[in-house]
Design a protein around this ligand. Structure first.
Ligand code: PMP
Length: 442
């Protein structure tokens, strides 16, 4: 597949240069175009609202939203102002600030299962620490996770098992000792039978069941009715804690966590013991947070024996950006608008794919959705894998050439933001119509 030498010669040149200095030319593997035919990724220069401009001056409508955080759109004036104000007052103190209390209060109000909160710098740190806290609290070592869910890049959660239910994991990444892999059990998402089997076999050793309450990492996948309730009930019957990774989901669908999402049929019974947060709550600056029941959180130093710390944790710039972002999201009608725009967009994509005879399954949850190039439903990782990656790659490239920026992976979601407009949706549907036609033509 040719690199971006046509419309994007400067990106192609910068990529060659980047390869000399930065491993793989990118600072996160998800930014590489490896999964969509290779070549140079697009080097962006500027972003405003719903748009990117690349180093060659091409404009793109952005549905990547930086993998989730940019829900207010790029460079939202309130967030920019909050960051500037924070910077003027000093970027890092190494002391507590009042801002941190304000942010913690807001998170607790929106996600009441969190009695106590701690800020960290990334989603990875947040999840990693919830596991440590769960282990400290239960005095057990194993965790159960669900295949295809991504929880950051700490050792334990990079272990993704084979496809069979309740198989012991093997390291998916080099550099993870087999002893750690033995502490992780992976079962298919939406499969309570698999979870039951795993708990019957290893239940006495399981510290926590870790789950994305709505999946964002093999497309957007809703839990089947009763799934989260079953996870919570079975975990607790086994004496294990429940950890929700809400790094993507918190504040994505409504003002609060997926755990507070009234649309869930088993709404009342699905609160976790611990929650990990990140992305949106930093308004586009680095952040993570975790929280949970008071007695559990009291395991954390300086109150308890589980250690977790951070030089940058709770820094005024990230917290200020986060508060400003939550302010934007508290405005009336914000989520309904993103929902309506996403509905229009997915209706258009479905109609166009059908017109061109391209099999397409869309999983949409309010303002976020995923496009799977297949004819079957996608409810777990195996189904998400069993889709046409080449068709996705062709679609992705055709969209990019028509000014629409998606994530370069068939597993990633499209995110609407506060900044998208009806005109953006129209333009995207037109670009998609031409792109599906090209996909169909092979
Ligand atoms: N959990 C989930 C559900 C995620 O989607 C991600 C990142 N995509 C993480 C954790 C890790 O967050 P970070 O990249 O901020 O470390």
């Amino acid at each position: 597949m040719p690199a971006n030498t046509g419309r994007r010669p400067t990106s192609a040149a910068l990529y060659e240069e980047a390869l000399q200095h930065i491993v793989g030319g990118v600072n996160s593997p998800s930014r590489s175009f490896k999964a969509v035919g290779g070549g140079a990724p697009v080097f962006m220069k500027r972003a405003q609202g719903a748009y990117f401009w690349d180093v060659d001056g091409n404009r793109y409508i952005d549905y990547l939203a930086a993998y989730g955080p940019i829900i207010a759109g790029h460079a939202h004036p309130r967030i920019v102002e909050a960051i500037a104000r924070a910077a003027e007052s000093g970027t890092l103190y190494g002391t507590p600030t009042e801002l941190e209390i304000e942010m913690a209060r807001r998170l607790k109000e929106a996600i009441p299962s969190m009695d106590k909160v701690r800020f960290v710098n990334s989603g990875t740190e947040a999840v990693m620490t919830t596991i440590r806290v769960a282990r400290a609290y239960t005095n057990r070592t194993k965790i159960i996770k669900f295949s295809g869910c991504y929880h950051g890049h700490s050792d334990l959660v990079l272990v993704a098992a084979g496809s069979g239910p309740s198989t012991l994991g093997i390291p998916d990444s080099a550099g993870i000792p087999i002893s750690i892999a033995h502490e992780v059990i992976t079962v298919p998402y939406n499969d309570l039978g698999g979870l039951r089997q795993a708990l019957e076999r290893w239940g006495d050793d399981v510290a926590a069941v870790l789950v994305e309450p709505i999946v964002g990492n093999f497309g957007m996948v809703m839990p089947k009715p009763g799934f989260l309730e079953g996870v919570c009930r079975m975990a607790r019957d086994a004496g294990a804690l429940v950890i929700y990774d809400e790094v993507i989901t918190a504040f994505r669908f409504h003002y609060g966590g997926a755990q507070n999402f009234a649309a869930f049929p088993d709404h009342a019974a699905i609160e976790p013991d611990l929650t990990a947060l990140g992305k949106i709550i930093g308004g586009g600056l680095p952040i993570g947070a975790y929280g949970g029941r008071k007695t559990i959180m009291e395991q954390v130093a300086p109150l308890g024996p589980a250690y977790q710390a951070g030089t940058m944790a709770g820094n005024p710039a990230s917290i200020s950006a986060g508060i400003a972002c939550l302010d934007v999201l508290r405005e009336p009608g914000v989520y309904d608008r993103m929902d309506a725009l996403a509905a229009r967009l997915t209706d258009g994509l479905e109609a166009s794919a059908a017109k061109h005879g391209v099999p397409l399954t869309i999983n949409r949850i309010r303002g976020a959705f995923s496009t799977h190039f297949c004819a079957h439903p996608v409810t777990n990782y195996a189904e998400a894998q069993d889709t046409d990656g080449e068709a996705f790659a062709a679609f992705f490239r055709a969209m990019l050439d028509r000014g629409v920026c998606l994530a370069p992976s068939k597993f990633e979601a499209w995110f609407l933001t506060v900044a998208h407009t009806d005109a953006d949706i129209e333009e995207t549907i037109e670009a998609a119509d031409e792109s599906f036609r090209l996909v169909a033509a092979g």
